[in-house]
Design a protein around this ligand. Sequence first.
Ligand SMILES: [Zn+2]
Length: 257
Amino acid sequence: MRCRFLLAQDEKCDVCDDRVLSLADDRDAISKEVWRTRDSKKRSLLPPAIATGLAAVLGAAEGGLYGLGVAAGVTAASYGVLGLLFRSSRPRPRGAHGRPKPPAASATGIVSEVKDAEADTFVAGAASYLVFSLKSAHVGVTLRRGRCRTVVIACDDGRRVEVPAGRCRIESRAAEQDELNKVEAARLLIDIEPHDDLEESLFPFDAAYRVDLRRGDRVELLGDLAPISRDDPSYRESAHVGSRFVATPWFRILARA
Ligand SMILES: [Zn+2]
């Protein structure tokens, strides 16, 4: 739950030591974790106090503009206070705790092969990474999801890294991320989260970003690599001695094809 990374059934997170909840069995527990209620009186009283002042000022300004006098200001201030009191009593979702810190890079190379071409609604290129966040409520990231096809990275040092299809992470700069519209984003969530009601959803979001890794992209491989053993079937298939990630494949995009 800490980094909000979507794992496969019975998988452990390789970045944080936090508990892993199952979408199949623990929906109530996930909901409680995400939709905590506000219990701090200090926090729920302070914003209305600020809002009263702000609404009064805005109300007075509006009143002056439309020539309706102070009455409009008082009305606007009252609505402002009521709105904020109502708002502060509603549950506020909780997002991820910080950002997963990537390990050091062990190699640099080019995405040279994408072996598994089977249709997948989620993985657009060699790999795809999605980040859902609730910006309006300053909640931050509510879900991360990354998957790759079976890909081969041709490294500058001659190594060939085979990445089996499965989950992955992709580090990227803002320029490499595409912002998804809400319909598109909801479509990518539908197999794990059928709710479209923001207040009911286990993964509430108002912004979603997507990064796709494609053949020819230049990447850094983050994390340790180990040689593929002679007993491994993929060793016999490949013409060159290969390596693979020790933990979850983690890429950083350096340059686009
Ligand atoms: Zn984690």
